[in-house]
Design a protein around this ligand. Structure first.
Ligand code: ATP
Length: 369
């Protein structure tokens, strides 16, 4: 079993920056988990603590049955893939792939001499390095580049070699730190599909870090959404999209982002801070509240609704993103293509599916809460 557990894990860097604040997280064996959040939210620090490249200031980190806080990185049975590939430039692809295994074999040899650990050396010698390299090269379709040097490869090919270096070690847990962010948009999408396929084939635990919510939604079985060192929500992509736990998650996940209207509820009316009025969901408590409306929940109407002015239109072929002004409140809608004109009036209707408490990270209320 290679489940990964964080219990009350905190990381405070010298100088006082709290990068991770008392995080509790269970990543089950074999799950593809994505840590996602804006820059500086603590996702890389969390990954690096699991890898052993940073020490936790407090709390416990376990991999499988073992608490690993004091276990050196090479003995944690994890392999990390970095954004910048971290390949040895003076070695061919094949040497880059062989290197982690040869180094492990050497370390085991010295361990056996120094500590009499026969078992370690037998284990290392039982690994057929050439076979492991050949298998990884086939799985990642880099067999034809084995003789080349990293500088002779494209970004996508380099990233595959970096993945191959992790793969040959047959780790219990793969730790992926923004591995796709140096690739162009088209390649990034192709590599996402390859990563998913690789995960299906290997069935290994994978923990992937990205700031890109779209990448997170397409890759992860489970997303861990972080901000300012704190986990805001853990859930499947659809749970996070359909029932964001708070205003931050609601605004972070989705393109274009959810419309979040600050305002006040009196009776059945919601009045936004700019004075626009709409009907609050049935049962919404009176007082300050935030209404959340997904862009795709906004529709153009020919028989009544809310009067708006079209501020701007972005045509995307099969759909268009339209910014509407409703009495000084800006709302973005993802609509069917139509003959709307910028600066002209339009009538819209929308469903309010989300209500949050007031404040930057106001908690979700039950529908109509
Ligand atoms: P990004 O997407 O930009 O890589 P991140 O979510 O991965 O961001 P971290 O790199 O984990 O964020 O950083 C979390 C916080 O800790 C940030 O405020 C960062 O400035 C701080 N930090 C990271 N490494 C160090 C360090 N070695 N010393 C001091 N502060 C650090």
């Amino acid at each position: 079993m290679a489940d990964v557990r964080l219990q009350a894990v905190t990381k405070i860097f010298p100088g006082g920056v709290t990068a991770v604040a008392s995080c509790d997280l269970v990543i089950p064996d074999g799950q593809f988990t994505v840590l996602v959040g804006p820059s500086g939210c603590g996702k890389s620090t969390t990954l690096r603590m699991i890898a052993g490249l940073e020490t936790a200031s407090s709390g416990t980190i376990s991999i499988g049955e073992r608490i690993v806080n004091d276990v050196p990185p090479r003995d944690r049975d994890v392999a990390m893939v970095f954004q910048n590939y971290a390949l040895y430039p003076h070695m061919s692809v094949e040497r880059n792939l062989r290197f982690p295994l040869e180094r492990r074999r050497k370390t085991s040899f010295w361990k056996s001499l120094l500590f009499g650990s026969e078992r370690a050396v037998r284990q290392a010698e039982s690994v057929d390095i050439s076979e492991r390299v050949a298998t990884a090269a086939t799985q990642l379709e880099i067999e034809d580049y084995l003789h080349r040097f990293p500088r002779e490869l494209s970004g996508g090919q380099r990233q595959r070699v970096a993945l191959g270096r992790a793969l040959v070690r047959d780790p219990k847990v793969f730790l992926l730190d923004e591995p796709l962010s140096n690739l162009d948009a088209k390649l990034r999408i192709a590599m996402r599909a390859e990563l998913r396929a690789l995960h299906r084939r290997l069935g290994a635990t994978m923990i992937h870090v990205t700031h890109d919510q779209e990448e997170a939604m397409t890759l992860g079985d489970v997303l861990v959404v972080m901000k300012d060192g704190v986990i805001h929500q853990v859930g499947s992509p659809s749970e996070i999209y359909d029932r964001p736990a708070d205003r931050f998650v609601a605004g972070f996940v989705g393109t274009p982002p959810m419309n979040l209207l600050d305002g006040d509820v009196r009776g059945t009316d919601f009045t936004s801070s700019s004075g626009a009025v709409c009907t609050a969901p049935v049962g919404t408590a009176e007082g300050a509240a935030v209404l959340g409306i997904r862009p795709e929940a906004i529709r153009l109407s020919h028989n009544g609704g809310v009067s708006a002015t079209v501020t701007s239109i972005e045509r995307l072929g099969d759909r268009m993103d339209v910014v509407f002004d409703v009495d000084g409140t800006s709302m973005i809608g993802r609509c069917e293509p139509s003959e709307l004109i910028e600066g002209q009036p339009a009538t819209i209707t929308f469903d309010v599916a989300h209500v949050f408490d007031a404040g930057d990270c106001g908690a979700r209320r039950g529908k109509g809460g």
